[in-house]
Structure formats: structure tokens, C-alpha cells
Design a protein around this ligand. Structure first.
Ligand SMILES: Nc1ncnc2c1ncn2[C@@H]1O[C@H](COP(=O)(O)OP(=O)(O)OP(=O)(O)O)[C@@H](O)[C@H]1O
Length: 590
């Protein structure tokens, strides 16, 4: 991305800090003045000392010293403001950007998360923004100081000797052009570095989350090998970065030296020819030193600048990630939901894979009806259910809730009315209580306990070490599958949605847990429109209606008895599942 584009996106973040910024620049101007005054004082004293020593009294020297001391106090106060308030402003901007990035992440859909590594996202909103503090604070300040010092130095130097000054200043644009190439390379190298840190984070995250699988396969050495390869690659990228940084700094140093050579040679010749006085040449050299120190500071800052720009670039890329599921204009909140859901000619294909997953689905589920979805693996059952809370939007057709297109209602109200219980339960790191209360922020303790009782979770929760305050571990690792599932049911129960989607909610459980969870699910489903995906067909025999989804279409529909009589796909799935169960029972029996 172009620097100008990135700056355009970044500058609005100063809007809350205009006062601090102005004060910061004012302090920068003060410190610059204090620095520039010193050569003038020395020039004045040297001139008097060489030409009119009698005019130089102790009182004059002390007065000059006292004035300079006052200047240094002002300089100290200004520097403190810049170092403290300036940095706090930078950190505040970093914080604002991080909040925006996190809020933007909340609006992104499954499509983004399915295609982006969590490690990369983590880097973008944490470490990538670290350098923004320095950038936000120093960027305007450093450029302002450099500008003021260069202009003032030019004016003062030109007043001492125009020709010498022109010779020196001609070198500056030549130097700028030579350096810009390396500067660009440094920026690209920083971007590669950041990307690779993201990859490294993703690798660590993957390995840590899958640590059980790693240990079960005794693949620790494989993991170490993969990690070390990535880590070495990171070193290679860093080496490249340092090469360009060294080249950049050296080019500037070369010009830096060249300027001194010009001052010594040209200045010496001018002095011999009487074109410049010795005291002026001393002051001149001091100003050139000030100018060069400014240039040196810019070199140092160039690295910080590029780091900051890389962070801003990666932040901007995140902020540009498309929000593809959003409230349509004029979307209204759902009220008095009955729970009738209608699919009208709905077709769907995943954005990055244009194979039809659902084709021309037409379906109406009445309020309170219990519908089960079955069919071969990969037939599109989960996809169909994901369209109801708008995790994805249909490619064609529309879905209506109580006759209202779900695209015309607010996402928040839609999702509040659709409860989803999945096979993979995600519990947040925190207490049992917090995890249930997540279903309804602000819920009272009574409501949480009532939901847990209805979900059949109250007894086992009371039996835990700290009852409702028991820490569940990361992703609920300290609980059994059945316990986690009942907590997740209580969480949905608390929300009291009108429509419930049960996506293989009992598939991963053993018989005993399955039985307990099934009871909880029955309570959850009571009085609600329910769409159940099940692999174990015995669990859905009592459904009002069973839909068989195969080859992207609903190919059979009816209750258990009707479908068994049809002797179609459902009959085959049911009989083969029964045979498998019998074989398993015989094996266990023998
Ligand atoms: N995020 C995705 N991106 C691309 N294709 C996907 C995605 N998720 C699922 N699919 C594909 O869509 C098809 C339907 O998947 P879906 O999970 O809806 O099937 P399912 O009937 O629920 O399967 P199962 O019974 O095995 O859970 C499959 O071919 C799958 O590979």
C-alpha cells in the first residue's frame, strides 16, 4: 500500500488529541530553539574574544550563562512534556486502533475466519500495533523538528556564507534520492518480517491447541522440526532486513562525511581568501554539526517510521477485510417471534469454492414443529442450518422468519431468537456461572440457576469443587463432554430463543452422557421450533418430520414410518446404522 494511502487512514486517529499534538509541536519548537541558540552564543563570544576582548566582561559572560541556563530549564520542561504526554498520546492512539480492530473483527463472518489464521489476526491486533505508539508520537514531532532545524540552519548558514551553504544544501536532495531506494527495501523487509511473525504465531497456536494429538502420536520431534524451520526462515528474513538497514545508514553516513569534507576544504579555502572569518567558520562548523545531527536523527527515525508504517499497513489490511454479513439498510428488530421458518428457492455455494452445496431448497417449518435433517456426510445439513442465523447468506433465494426476510431484520435480534447447540462446545475460560450467563448478559443468579436446572446441569454443577464458581479451564478442558454440552444447553436456555438448531449435539458423547444430554435437549426443544441434525437416526425417530438432504437437494421428506416404507436413502441409512450398532453390540458382548 502507498505511504500516502496509509497516512490518510492513520491521520484521523489524531482527532481526539489535537490539543496535545499542538502543544507537543510547540515544545518541539522550543527545544529546537534552545539547541540552535548555542552556536550563536559561541560565535558571539569567539567574535568578541578575537576582535574586541575588552568588551568581554565577566558580567557579560555570567549574564549569557544565566540566560542559557533559563533556556535549558525551558528545554527540560518541554522535553518532559514531549517524552511523557507525547508518548501517552501515542499509546492512546495505539489503544484506539486496537479497539477499532477488535470491533471490526466482531463484524467479520465465518468466511473471513475460515480463511485467516488466528496467529496472523493476533499479531495484527497486538504486536503489529506496538510500534504505532512511537510512530504516532515521534512522526509529526521529528519531521517538524527536522524541518525547523533545516530551515533555521539554512538561514543562519546562508547569513554567514551563501556560497558555502548552497554547496552543502545541494548535497541534501542527492542524499535523499539515494536513500529512498534502501528505505523502501527496509519497509518491504519489515512487512515480510511481520507476516512471518504472524505465521510463527499461527504455528505455535496450532501446535499448542493440538498438543494432545502431538503427544498421542509422539510427534514432538516433528513439531520441533517444523517450528525450527520456520524460526530459521525468520532469521533469514531478519538478516535481509539488517542488510538493507545497514546499506541505508551507510549511505547517509557517507553523505554526512562528505558534508564535513566540503566544510573543511571549501571553508578553509574561503578563509584563506578572506571570504569567511575564523569565528564564523567555527560557528559554521557547529551549525553543520547541528544539521548533521538532525539528519542522523532522521536516519534513526526512518527505522521507527518504517516499523510504524508496517504496523499501520497490517492494521489497514485487517480493517479492509470485507464485512459480508451486515444489517441491511432499514433493517428492523424482530418482535413477537412465533418461530415459523421458510426457505424459498434457496441455493448456496461457498465463496471460495463454487460447487453448489444447496440447490433450490423449498421448505416451511411451522412454529413449534420438530424437524430432523439427515443424509450422507457432506450433504449440506450444517450449511443449511448455518443460513438461518445468517452465518452465511444464500447465494440465491430467501429465508423468511414469520414471513419476514431475515435479511430485513437486525442481525442482533435474529441471532437472539435462534439458539444453536453444536457438537463442538466452546466454553470460555472462566467459571461455570460466567459461561451460562454468557447467554444473556446481565442475567441474575436466579435466572442462571433456573436455566441450569432446566438443562439438567444444576446437580452436577453443585457437585463441582466450587459449584457455579468452578473454573472450567481453557475451552472447558476441566469438564467432561456431557457436562460441557449441558452447560452449553443452559446457556441457550437462558437466552430463550424461539428457534433451536441442534447440530449433532450428542454425536460425540457416550451412551450415558448422550441420554442425559438428550433429556436436556428435549426440555430445550419444548415449545420451540427445532431443527435437529443427527447421525444416530434412532435419536430422531420421534421428529414431526424428517428431511433427507443429499446431492444438495431435499430428496425425501416425511415421518419415520413413511420414510421407512419408501425404502429410499433414509431406509438405507437407518438399516445400515442398525446393522453397525448390532455388530458393535455383538463385539462388546463377546
Ligand atoms: N467453509 C467451507 N468452505 C468451503 N466448503 C465448505 C465449507 N464448509 C463446508 N464445505 C463443504 O460443503 C459441503 C457440505 O458441508 P456440510 O458441513 O454442510 O455437510 P454436512 O451434511 O453437515 O456433513 P456432515 O454430516 O459430515 O457433518 C461439503 O462438501 C463441505 O466440504
Amino acid at each position: 500500500m502507498k505511504t500516502s494511502t496509509l497516512l490518510k487512514r492513520f491521520v484521523p486517529y489524531y482527532r481526539n488529541y489535537v490539543g496535545i499534538m499542538i502543544m507537543d509541536l510547540f515544545c518541539a519548537a522550543l527545544t529546537t530553539v534552545c539547541e540552535l541558540v548555542l552556536p550563536l552564543i559561541l560565535r558571539y563570544i569567539t567574535n568578541l574574544g578575537m576582535n574586541d576582548l575588552s568588551a568581554l566582561t565577566v558580567q557579560t559572560i555570567v549574564t549569557i550563562g544565566a540566560l542559557y541556563f533559563v533556556l535549558r530549564i525551558i528545554d527540560g520542561m518541554a522535553s518532559f512534556y514531549m517524552a511523557y504526554t507525547g508518548h501517552v498520546m501515542g499509546a492512546s492512539i495505539e489503544t484506539d486502533m486496537r479497539e477499532d480492530a477488535f470491533a471490526h473483527l466482531q463484524k467479520l463472518s465465518d468466511n473471513y475466519f475460515n480463511n485467516t489464521k488466528v496467529g496472523q489476526i493476533m499479531s495484527r491486533i497486538t504486536s503489529d500495533l506496538f510500534d504505532v505508539t512511537e510512530f504516532a508520537h515521534h512522526c509529526p514531532e521529528e519531521f517538524f523538528i527536522a524541518f525547523v532545524k533545516t530551515v533555521v540552519s539554512f538561514v543562519i548558514l546562508a547569513r554567514i556564507n551563501v556560497l558555502l551553504t548552497v554547496i552543502i544544501f545541494v548535497l541534501i536532495p542527492v542524499m535523499a534520492v539515494s536513500c529512498s531506494y534502501f528505505n523502501l527495501q527496509v519497509r518491504k523487509a519489515f512487512k515480510r518480517q511481520r507476516n512471518h511473525i504472524g505465521e510463527l504465531n499461527a504455528r505455535i497456536e496450532d501446535s499448542l491447541l493440538g498438543n494432545k494429538v502431538v503427544r498421542a502420536f509422539a510427534n514432538e520431534a516433528v513439531e520441533i522440526g517444523k517450528f525450527n524451520r520456520d524460526n530459521q526462515e525468520f532469521l533469514k528474513i531478519k538478516r535481509q532486513t539488517y542488510k538493507y538497514m545497514a546499506a541505508f545508514q551507510n549511505t547517509i553516513r557517507m553523505f554526512d562525511g562528505l558534508m564535513y569534507v566540503v566544510v573543511i576544504v571549501a571553508g578553509g579555502i574561503f578563509m584563506i581568501k578572506g571570504l569567511i572569518m575564523p569565528a564564523d567558520l567555527v560557528a559554521y562548523t557547529l551549525y553543520v554539526t547541528t544539521l548533521l545531527s538532525t539528519i542522523r536523527r532522521i536516519i534513526e527515525f526512518a527505522e521507527q517510521f518504517q516499523r510504524g508504517m508496517t504496523g499501520i499497513e497490517r492494521f489497514t489490511e485487517l480493517m479492509d477485510a470485507n464485512i459480508d454479513i451486515f444489517d441491511e439498510e432499514g433493517a428492523v428488530p424482530l418482535r413477537d417471534v412465533e418461530g415459523e421458518i421458510t426457505f424459498k428457492h434457496v441455493s448456496f455455494e461457498y465463496p471460495d469454492d463454487h460447487t453448489p452445496v444447496l440447490s433450490d431448497i423449498n421448505l416451511t417449518i411451522k412454529p413449534g414443529e420438530k424437524v430432523a435433517l439427515v443424509g450422507p456426510s457432506g450433504g449440506g445439513k450444517t450449511t443449511l442450518c448455518n443460513l438461518i442465523p445468517r452465518f452465511y447468506d444464500p447465494t440465491e433465494g430467501e429465508i423468511l422468519l414469520d414471513g419476514q426476510n431475515i435479511r430485513n431484520v437486525t442481525l442482533e435480534s435474529l441471532r437472539s431468537n435462534v439458539g444453536v447447540v453444536q457438537q463442538d462446545v466452546y466454553l470460555f475460560s472462566g467459571s461455570v456461572y460466567e459461561n451460562i450467563a454468557y447467554g444473556k448478559p446481565g442475567a441474575t443468579r436466579e435466572e442462571v440457576v433456573r436455566a441450569a436446572k432446566m438443562a439438567g446441569a444444576h446437580e452436577f454443577i453443585e457437585g463441582l469443587k466450587d459449584g457455579y464458581d468452578t473454573y472450567v479451564g481453557e475451552r472447558g478442558v476441566k469438564l467432561s463432554g456431557g457436562q460441557k454440552q449441558r452447560i452449553s444447553i443452559a446457556r441457550v436456555m437462558l437466552r430463550a430463543p424461539k428457534l433451536v438448531v441442534l447440530d449433532e449435539a450428542t454425536a460425540a458423547l457416550d451412551n450415558e452422557s448422550e441420554h442425559l444430554v438428550a433429556e436436556s435437549l428435549d426440555k430445550l426443544a419444548a415449545g420451540r421450533t427445532t431443527l435437529t441434525i443427527a447421525h444416530r437416526l434412532t435419536t430422531i425417530q420421534g421428529a414431526d418430520r424428517i428431511l433427507v438432504l443429499s446431492g444438495s437437494r431435499i430428496v425425501e421428506e416425511g415421518n419415520h414410518e413413511t420414510l421407512m416404507k419408501q425404502r429410499g436413502i433414509y431406509y438405507q441409512l437407518y438399516t445400515s446404522a442398525n446393522m453397525a450398532d448390532q455388530e458393535a453390540a455383538e463385539e462388546t458382548g463377546s
